[in-house]
Ligand binder design. Structure first.
Ligand SMILES: *[C@@H]1O[C@H](CO)[C@@H](O)[C@H](O)[C@H]1NC(C)=O
Ligand SMILES: *[C@@H]1O[C@H](CO)[C@@H](O)[C@H](O)[C@H]1NC(C)=O
Ligand SMILES: *[C@@H]1O[C@H](CO)[C@@H](O)[C@H](O)[C@H]1NC(C)=O
Length: 140
């Protein structure tokens, strides 16, 4: 148990040294997402991937109530994608991967939080690492 905690602290330290490991290009805060229609999620790899072994990502959206959004560690809501992440170079656009996803037409309309969860292994250990990026959106 102690060793596991140490591994997590180490992973967080490595992540802070490496800087941002992932970024959510779209949706951004304030985006309006149409339920029942395809939209593009842009997942960006900002920097070097040295000593990172990618596992995958999850894309999810969850309703917020009275301005309170669920914490991603508690619940992610509707999972729109869960699987591999294989960013590729797009010239000046940098490294990213676009995913086409769709929010269920039955999802409650209104304020929601879109969460990108990133799973990877860090460093020579390696140590397991999970991080979140989010955007506050509106489901229409
Ligand atoms: C929505 O995305 C799915 C999966 O990529 C695709 O098969 C379908 O044709 C798309 N629908 C529209 C209306 O673009
Ligand atoms: C990926 O999605 C972003 C955001 O919607 C868009 O600006 C970009 O052109 C897309 N790239 C490709 C290759 O479709
Ligand atoms: C969304 O991300 C921001 C920045 O990392 C964080 O401060 C906030 O707690 C997150 N919101 C939720 C509901 O997880």
């Amino acid at each position: 148990m102690k060793l596991f905690t140490f591994a997590l602290v180490l992973a967080a330290a490595i992540a802070s040294v490496l800087g941002q490991l992932i970024e959510l290009g779209y949706p951004t805060n304030g985006a309006v997402l149409q339920a029942g229609q395809n939209f593009t999620v842009q997942v960006i790899q900002p920097g070097s991937i040295a000593s990172v072994t990618q596992i995958g990502i999850a894309l999810a959206v969850d309703n917020c109530n009275n301005g309170v959004c669920p914490q991603p560690t508690d619940q992610l809501g509707d999972v729109l994608y869960a699987g591999q992440w294989t960013p590729t170079g797009h010239g000046q656009g940098g490294f990213y991967q676009n995913f086409t996803v769709q929010i269920s037409e039955y999802m409650t309309k209104g304020p929601a939080i879109f969460t990108l969860t990133h799973f990877c292994l860090l460093g020579a250990g390696p140590a397991p690492f999970t991080e979140f990026r989010n955007a506050t959106v509106t489901i229409k």
